[in-house]
Unconditional design. Structure first.
Length: 306
């Protein structure tokens, strides 16, 4: 049979492994990670975020529907006995230095930490970079569907519920929910929460790949603190966070089916195509089946001989 080709994420064509049956179903085997190219990655991330922002903010705000959905969410949480947003919002707002810190946390770390983890992956985990990046992109992409199908007002914009808009009260600089910036950002796109989706992506990535115990702990703490922040600042319901978790699970599923392996089980390093043996590297999924994601083999570059 002739060799087929597939289009890789960086728009370069690579030989496609054959379709192999595993007893339950047949599917295309793993795409081989390529060494990422810095300028391509910067351009890809910039264009992707611009496109995401453009689509998100172009979604009709549908204020009446968004407020109605917010009332439904609050009633659902009350029926579960878990409508704690109002109490947390007022309690934290009473401590000025704490709520101001949370406002700046909400406005900045969402971007800073995510970019930092991407840079860390690019520099020290190049073989896994593309797979984890795919998780992030798929997570963000499916969130756009949620914004379109389910407009939702954040608690701070609800009427008659006495939530405190902490950004306005404390005049926090830099938030997309304050000043003139609120006019270029869709204020009724709260479900799912990408503050949770992105922070959990960062946390899971750090926890799975970092070696130092303190780094793993920080990885787990980051999305936990983010959950407290989005609730305390009245920017999200906790159910919005559940939506973010579901989006992230979808992102990992997309990456798994694209690469045929969980991202952290792929080889840590990759070799330039010129150094690969005749016939190209073996599928990364085969390495994972033989435990290549753990121990010494996890550090072996794709294409290196045993």
């Amino acid at each position: 049979m002739g060799e087929t080709t597939v289009k890789s994420l960086d728009d370069r064509t690579t030989p496609s492994p054959p379709i192999v049956a595993d007893g339950r179903f047949a599917r295309l085997r793993a795409r081989v990670p390529r060494r990422p190219t810095i300028w391509f990655e910067i351009l890809l991330i910039a264009v992707s975020y611009w496109t995401y922002s453009l689509i998100r903010n172009a979604v009709p705000e549908q204020k009446a529907q968004a407020l109605e959905n917010a009332d439904w969410i609050l009633r659902a949480e009350e029926s579960l006995g878990l409508a704690f947003e109002h109490a947390v919002n007022h309690a934290v707002n009473s401590v000025t230095w704490l709520i101001v810190s949370m406002n700046y946390y909400y406005a900045t770390l969402h971007f800073v930490v995510t970019i930092g983890v991407l840079v860390w992956l690019y520099r020290w985990q190049p073989g896994r970079y593309a797979a984890f990046r795919t998780v992030l992109f798929a997570t963000t992409g499916v969130a756009l569907v949620g914004y379109y199908l389910y407009p939702l007002a954040p608690p701070r914009l609800m009427t008659g519920q006495n939530f405190i808009d902490t950004v306005l009260v404390h005049e926090t600089w830099g938030s997309m929910a304050s000043g003139n910036l609120k006019h270029v950002s869709n204020q009724y796109a709260a479900m799912p929460s990408m503050h949770i989706g992105w922070s959990l992506w960062c946390g899971v990535t750090i926890f799975l790949l970092a070696k130092a115990p303190w780094a793993k702990i920080l990885g787990l703490l980051y999305p936990t603190v983010t959950l407290v922040v989005i609730v305390a600042t009245a920017n999200h319901f906790w159910l919005d966070a559940v939506g973010g978790v579901i989006c992230l699970a979808f992102g990992f599923l997309v990456s798994y089916f694209w690469y045929g392996s969980r991202p952290h089980r792929l080889p840590k390093l990759v070799e330039p195509a010129a150094n690969m043996p005749q016939g190209g590297p073996r599928p990364a999924a085969r390495d994972a089946e033989h435990g290549a994601g753990e121990g010494a083999d996890a550090e072996r570059p794709v294409g290196s001989r045993r």
